[in-house]
Ligand binder design. Sequence first.
Ligand code: FAD
Length: 401
Amino acid sequence: MNEMKNRNVLISGASIAGPALAFWLKRYGFTPTVVEKAPALREGGQAIDVLGTATEVVRRMGLLDRVHEMSTGKRGTSYVDANGKVRASISSEAFNGVGANGDTEIQRGDLARVLYEATRDDVEYIFGDSIAELVQDENGVRVRFEHAAPRTFDLVIGADGAHSHTRTLAFGPESRFARHMGYYISIYTVPNFLGLDHWEQDYNTPGTIAGAYSARENTEAKAIFAWASDPIDYDYRDGAQQRKIVAEAFSGQSWQVPQLLAHLDDAPDFYFDAMTQIRMDSWHTGRVALVGDAGYCASPLSGQGADLSLVGAYILAGELAAAAGDHTAGFANYDRQLRPMVEACQKFAEGTGAWYAPASKAMIRFRDLNVRLLPYLPWRGLIGGAPQKVARTVEAKDYAA
Ligand SMILES: Cc1cc2nc3c(=O)[nH]c(=O)nc-3n(C[C@H](O)[C@H](O)[C@H](O)COP(=O)(O)OP(=O)(O)OC[C@H]3O[C@@H](n4cnc5c(N)ncnc54)[C@H](O)[C@@H]3O)c2cc1C
């Protein structure tokens, strides 16, 4: 192999895509540095399934056992009415053990921690800082930070999520790439006062879903709210304003909604966002590229955000290494390899909102009926396996280690 070029790589964002990319770049002989805006690794977020090719990527990282150990062990979901009466239930067995709630479901924050712990000894992490300015030429990218002294890197990769600052600096404003999917989502930790045992309960009203599922071996629960809405004008850095938006969207609702909302203000890990897709014709410009939600967020409706990040990071690092660090060839091959999976995941997300938060009472009843019938449908494996299929759109090629 030719002498590796462009070894010195700055990655912005330490959630899923950033540490996964750092892992593979380090393995291939690059020197990654990760800068994360938050003062420490961020906790919180929904439980996510690691499916399909992403499972193979995690296995190749040597982390699959760790991910299994930390899996949520969630067994299923019940849909309840305003009085808490169960209207329909779905368990992982109904899907023949395939798809939702499989044994690789893990809390987002736990997956981020597994990836961080696998890299922190060999990778420089800078917490509490952010890129302020990027100036690139044929020799490198001059980076000015908010706090640290300026440095020059060979390449800069934005792994800083759907609202990527790297993308704004290098490609232009978010409005050019963001597509509102018509829903908002909020998740935060609450006490498991519903006594859920590896289980989720969800309550729908037309266009809304409020729920809770047990986490960390039933010692706590996650409250989850999602609802259909036109775009809301809000400051995505203003947590107080976002809490108010959630409270107003669900005010006056029955079931356990008031009790779940009562924990909004003291939640340590409150998460709120629009369900948005990021659609870009290219994920690279010169020496700067994007990975994960920054380049191709498929929205929570896809259930594939972590899979795309893990597979995207694997392919990006692999193609850069295969091109001996030549970013022009490496970035182009990354785009070509990954794009079919991004397109499949983004398309998959388009149909799921109507099932998750049905728009009318009749549609809620219809969804519940379908859930009740599911165990008897011969093609239930196909339904349950649909996310797996999307998550296998591309294979994990073998790259030289
Ligand atoms: C706290 C949190 C909770 C989440 N909860 C959910 C959820 O409930 N449901 C869901 O579907 N998805 C959730 N997500 C998004 C989910 O993690 C992603 O869809 C997916 O895992 C892809 O990950 P990513 O690494 O590309 O981006 P993200 O997970 O969004 O991570 C981006 C990282 O970049 C950091 N960052 C942002 N701006 C800068 C900056 N200027 N400089 C440096 N670093 C920066 C962020 O702090 C974050 O750590 C959550 C993300 C976070 C960070």
